[in-house]
Design a protein around this ligand. Structure first.
Ligand SMILES: Nc1ncnc2c1ncn2[C@@H]1O[C@H](COP(=O)(O)OP(=O)(O)OP(=O)(O)O)[C@@H](O)[C@H]1O
Ligand SMILES: [Mg+2]
Length: 381
């Protein structure tokens, strides 16, 4: 038996894929923002990534941190919001750690930052360095956000470096807390800080808080399903890199089953890899053998959570759509429900916003592949 090669697919939330494909617009924007901050001495607009669950918002934020580390040696302060929990104390604490870190940094000849000695290891300023603080106490922040951010930015200026701040799950932010963060950032736009801010959240983020002009003026990127060529690359790339290439037919089977949904791509790739254990290639039979297991994994989490998350009216809408032929749109669903389109379009909008449905060229699709069938078989409207 050959040694068990590590599986190159990453079927889990927040797990960076071996190949992050189809996100060139975000990567280009992040590269530009970093250059504006590092070279032009201006503070770029914030980058805001929105999209439904499982399309790669978190891993794209991680990629921005990696870029900052690789290209400039800059550290990243990353916070992820949790329901009903203020994020400012954690942000403040991490900004303070970043200020300490930057205070110990020097610029190398290459222009990169490095840290010599000190309490915080140089490693965190390396590739994709994130500033971690061992534990975060709840309760009010020790110093105001403005003070912590100013200290970190000034430390960055002083050492000739810079700083990235990422905020994930922004849609969970309390209105006032989000407005405070935006106000602090807005207030310093003219200070020419070497600071790149990136946020991510569900599409509902776009609808709310229009009053927060700082966010409105941000550079918004909508992440969605991957196109066919990107899907195939996301499937075949990791296999090729791991020395067990995937046949064209196998890639086709898996790409069809994934519908271009990034999370499903990783789950399918993972099971095809397992099914081809001990073989030199991933072939169509392995891909087909993987489908059932992948479907079970996907359904366990994704279908049920979305269905449970839907109101009775939304369930009626989903059940109707699931029983229509592929390519049907909102008008068809309304007809099936026996209602005028205008009367049920709010359900369509809500389900899109929640990331259960996805509009595509006039048609409505279930975002998670296979969910239509699951609804037909399991769901009591
Ligand atoms: N561009 C991509 N190419 C290939 N795989 C990807 C890509 N983007 C994300 N993935 C994979 O999709 C899965 C979900 O990624 P991630 O956790 O970043 O999604 P998310 O949008 O943050 O979801 P949530 O809204 O639930 O937080 C992971 O398994 C990741 O490896
Ligand atoms: Mg995420």
């Amino acid at each position: 038996m050959p040694p068990r090669a590590p599986n190159p697919y990453r079927p889990g939330f927040n797990q960076a894929p071996a190949r992050l494909v189809g996100r060139d617009a975000v990567i280009t924007a992040a590269t530009e923002a970093l250059e504006i901050a590092a070279l032009d001495g201006r503070t770029p607009r914030p980058l805001l990534l929105v999209g439904p669950r499982g399309v790669g918002k978190t891993v794209s934020l991680g990629e921005i941190a990696t870029l900052a580390g690789q290209e400039h040696g800059w550290p990243t302060v990353a916070v992820e919001l949790r329901p009903g929990t203020p994020f400012t104390p954690e942000l403040v604490e991490r900004l303070q750690a970043a200020a300490t870190l930057l205070g110990q940094a020097t610029v190398e000849k290459s222009g990169r930052l490095s840290v010599s000695g000190g309490k915080v290891t140089a490693r965190v300023l390396g590739v994709g360095g994130e500033v971690h603080v061992r534990h975060t106490q709840g309760g009010p922040a020790a110093v105001p956000l403005d003070e912590a951010l100013t200290a970190a930015a000034e430390a960055a200026v002083a050492c000739g470096g810079g700083l990235v701040v990422t905020v994930d799950e922004l849609q969970l932010a309390d209105r006032a807390e989000l407005a405070d963060l935006a106000a602090v950032l807005q207030q310093h736009v003219g200070d020419h800080w070497p600071l790149v801010v990136a946020g991510a959240g569900l599409p509902s983020l776009r609808e709310r808080d229009r009053s927060v002009t700082y966010l409105e003026r941000g550079e918004w990127h909508e992440l969605g399903l991957l196109g066919r060529a990107d899907t195939v690359e996301a499937l075949t790339g990791p296999a090729a890199d791991a020395d067990r290439p995937m046949d064209e037919e196998a890639a086709k089977v898996l790409a069809d089953a994934s519908g271009g949904y990034p999370y499903a791509i990783q789950v399918l790739g993972h099971h095809a890899w397992r099914a081809s254990h001990g073989q030199e290639r991933i072939e169509a039979e392995h891909a087909r053998a993987a489908l059932a297991a992948a479907q079970r994994d996907l359904s366990a989490g994704l279908y049920a959570s979305r269905w449970n998350d839907a109101s009775p009216k939304e369930r009626e809408y989903l059940a109707a759509l699931a029983r229509l032929p592929e390519g049907s749109g909102g008008g068809d669903v309304a007809r099936k429900l026996g209602e005028p389109t205008s009367k049920v379009s709010y359900l369509r909008d809500r389900l899109i916003k929640k990331g259960t449905l996805f509009p595509e060229r006039g048609a409505l699709r279930f975002l998670v592949p296979g969910m239509a069938q699951w609804v037909r078989e399991h769901a009591e409207p």
